[in-house]
Design a protein around this ligand. Sequence first.
Ligand code: SAH
Ligand code: SF4
Ligand code: F3S
Length: 494
Amino acid sequence: MYGETDYEQINLEEAPPSDEPARQYYFIEKCRRYVDCFYEKHNRFPRACVTTFGCQMNARDSEKLSGILRQIGYELTEDENSDFVIFNTCTVRDNANQRVYGRLGELNGYKRRNPEMKIALCGCMMQEPEVIEKLKKSYGFVDLIFGTHNLYQFAELLCRTLESDGMVVDIWKDTDRIVEELPVERKYPFKSGVNIMFGCDNFCSYCIVPYVRGRERSRRPEDILREIERLVADGVVEVMLLGQNVNSYGRNLETPVTFAELLRRVERIEGLKRIRFMTSHPKDLSDELIQVMKESDKICRHLHLPLQSGSTRILQQMNRRYTREQYLELVRRIRQEIPDIAITTDIIVGFPGETPEDLEQTIDMVRQVKYDNAFTFLYSKRTGTPAAAMENQVPEAQRKEGFDRLLKVVQETAREQAAAHQGKVLEALIEEVNESTPGYVTGRLSNNTIVHIPGDETMVGKLFPVLLEECRGFYYLGKAVPADGCERGGVNGR
Ligand code: SAH
Ligand code: SF4
Ligand code: F3S
């Protein structure tokens, strides 16, 4: 429907349709009337700002919000001093929440000067009942609050907000519904995230995501493929397949499909150059997936494989369902089949009961696996998760000390790994003009390493073989070279 929508055909005299997505297009049309009135009154279009606080999935949701706002006729901006501002929130760690409260105070200042301004909140944090209580009590200037399960209803909710003076709050506990064919506004013309599944059923004991994103649901492969084909027709060369645990994709579909099989089908899409995905849970990573990655020309040489802890005892407490030895064995198999793969990870420091010896085991894992990069997080207690109720919480000073010790090793390993590419010619997708160094552009290798090369905006969105001349810690300086200089035709740098 999106792309061919003829808004003239929508009759607002009639009641809104009950089927989706037609119902949302009806409300988009209704909101367009509001924009017309705004234009007549102010002689300009209303401006809207969407701010993302969370992960790639959160960012993809923001693109959906932006798509609807654009269809309605808002001018999109990054300036939060706008006529409509929506915060797409994250609650995975407490500092994400605190940032939202801080920034809301600033928005209130803007609203005092622009009383017509509307402020909306959505995303994972809104699925927590205590948050909603707090907002209702102390943040009465917020106009619209909705959660993760009814994001597809944004046009309808916005319409209600524009028509009412009070706070509109609509949060669902869960859903089994996936609504396809709504507008999306991509941040980058040449690359895009693509949801392949929603929710999570793993219930790692520290993690709030299963509570705020609901049960795992996979999109049908034909819907995913159609979306990617359209993206490619619209200039996209790289897709990032998104899910909390992509390795369990497709299990609950009417006709089950494995993630490896989905990748095989995505690979066949002509014109698509690169495929990335995240996140892989180590417990579900199959040999079939390793084979598909090995044989693929398009799947990038990068695997994000969250470890969380290197201690089997802590992994058990975390409900991760693999041991230290199983993880190491998995990495061994992956590296044996795909030697040039970059492996990155997530690690939590200070999980309840973690001793200095447990942390030593994690540090030892970082040295053994030789991560190309690791995102390290201080454990954050999340209300309602099993770990929050554990008695042996680690004192803050010990957590911070451990964090710093781990970070040093992570950085050493990442530097060593990055340095190993010196002098190679690998293919880079140029992503943007370098803001800080005039005359330079910034690209990304298949293995996710960043490289800066001389160039201009005409190169953005295209692939070039690049000579990696100088390693600067975690990134490279280099230059584009003629195509025949690239190893094995330059595809994936193999
Ligand atoms: N689904 C992904 C992770 C999503 S959350 C996976 O399983 O790998 C991203 C990262 O945030 C996690 O990998 C974990 O390292 C971190 N994280 C999640 N909950 C956390 C908590 N309570 N405290 C600190 N870090 C946390
Ligand atoms: Fe959270 Fe674990 Fe699910 Fe990842 S797999 S989202 S860490 S519960
Ligand atoms: Fe945050 Fe929600 Fe993503 S809690 S990490 S935005 S799934």
